[in-house]
Design a protein around this ligand. Sequence first.
Ligand code: SF4
Ligand code: NI
Ligand code: NI
Length: 707
Amino acid sequence: TNVCKAAIEGAIVATGYAEIKLQRALANYGPDTEVAFPTTGYELPFISGLGGDKVTKLGELPSVLNKYKKNIQHKYDLEHAKLAGETTAIAAEIIEALKYVEEEKPYEDEIYMGFVNDKILREYGIDLVDFTIPGEAVIMGKADDPEKLAEMINELQSMGILTFLCDEVVDQAVDQGVKMGVEFYTLPLGHFTQVVHAVNFAMRSALAFGGEERGDYDAVLDYIRERIRGFVIALGDQDEVEMAAQMAASHLGMPTITNQDDVEEIEDRYIVEEDYDEMVQLGLELRDIHIEIVDIPVPITVGAAFEGQQIRSDDMYVEFGGQRTTAFELVKKRDKDEVEDGNVELIGPDIDEVEEGGQLPLGIMVDIYGRDMQEDFEGVLERQTHHFCNYGEGLWHMGQRDINWIRISKEAKEAGFTIKGIGEILYAKFKSEFPSIIDRLQIRLITDQDKVEEKLEEAKARYDKRDERMEKLSDESVDVFYDCTLCQSFAPDHVCVVTPDRVGLCGAISWLDAQAAYEIDPAGPNQPIELGETIDEEKGQWEGCNKRTEKESGGNVTEVNLYSMMESPMTSCGCFEAIMAMVPEANGIMIVNREHGGQTPVGMTFSTLAGSVGGGNQTPGFMGIGKTYVTSDKFIQADGGIARIIWMPKEFKEQLEDDIKQRAKEEGLGEDFYDKIADETVGTAAEEILPYLQEKGHPALDMDPLM
Ligand code: SF4
Ligand code: NI
Ligand code: NI
């Protein structure tokens, strides 16, 4: 079926029917008989709002109908179909108005409401135009699966969408026990032309709350298209008049989603979707409606207030990752069909299958489909898992990517919190914080060892891909850097300056990520820094970075050198992937990564060091960094660069092997420089490694004194 053609023919039928009814009414009651809907100040609202015709008497109706009838032409295109739809709505409003001429209360004994009065308008219309009510749905026709229909209405109710029902679906919903009435945001209009009451409700909202003048055709239509985010769901076979009504909706900016299999779709306006479960979601997406999730179904409190809270090993029930088990987190953009919105799934054993104080592997996979979602956004969104998890009282998160570490407290477990709850929190938070880019979201939590390992490969490939894109950029090739103040909930003075050559110290925010984050949320925690005057090229000091750091640290840090750890180094929060520390005895520095549990040549383990480095302070000689900064060509260039590295844990060194060798070559240190770097197999105290460095001829020993 061609919808445009059907709509034009439907308009002819509808106007013909209205004409007959009107003539009969005129013959029976006379032209001076009053015509009005009960309890409204807007006469016949659609007629009045659209063309400014303030009809109060029967005798005024024929000229109105004729005025719009002229717009019906046998041109089967979208423009003419929409005008035919408009005429059909005029005709329908006349037909409905005549019922109130014949009877004072035409719907009294039925479940149908008919005209929706101004009291309801005042109560709900304002919420509709300021999006407190996120949208409006009109369901018409007959469902071939009444249970699915009921599910659909329940879903709309749970989202707080104002839903109008018309035709058989009303009776079907009643049979299914669906709750009905204004308090349930579900209005059963009637059986046929009553659908026009959804239209005149929208019209009155524009007049009442938009302040549009009656008859200001373009302004009124624009207001409705913009502010009433409605859509139509047409179930079962639709006749020509119904299709005409749907084109009237289209004229008001409301698309129709139908399960008829024999109609020609009109892009973004008349869409075929045979799966009941998908129809509402599609409507939301077409109208860009985003539902705020207020109640997160978990037995613990969720809020930014809990972000700084720690969970010590004594208080923990179960932990994941943290080098004890395989774990990772991955946010990935997916195709529409791959994502079932709201699906939160646990694959593998749950919390009650481990003993208190136990461990499980965990893969967190966040799958996103969005019309405006970009692959570039993945990294930024993924970083949010850190913060969102920490919002849960009794939930703790550290690290990122495949070195994350999560704990659930005993208390949370006692309250009934399960692993799935992590997914519920992430689902709710992602949906409400990033409504403009996330249309569909599903969360998979994997605690099955084999499956975690399998998916870890997918995640690693993704991390690599992101890193590769970054490698092509350098600090000289860009005009702006970005700051990151995301961690100020932990470390209020901390500011990361993120540049192409220096990833944020968590390793999770690259310059590209910061740029993407700024694009997603221009008022968010990543703001561009105009560099301004270069104060010291060698040390990496710019006027712009100084000013921003001063502002964001509340005046506590006034100068920052991006390429030095000895003089005005960047501050550290607590999220660093690795810590660098000077080893005065060797005139060099050591770097220890978070994963390394053992002793280091400065006499402290990673966690002891972390305690003295973090918190948003500048601590010359010590600095938290993202791993990839080690092999950046700006790596502490003011302090002597990569040649200063005298010790790293073996595993960490091996992770960076190729890049270290490459950088050493570039710096004229020779490829064997890699072997000159000591590790824990050589020793974990300065005096143990010094002989090794001397024997190998480590370049640091001959460099200018570090301090
Ligand atoms: Fe941002 Fe730095 Fe925190 Fe990473 S460590 S989230 S870059 S402030
Ligand atoms: Ni953080
Ligand atoms: Ni941090």
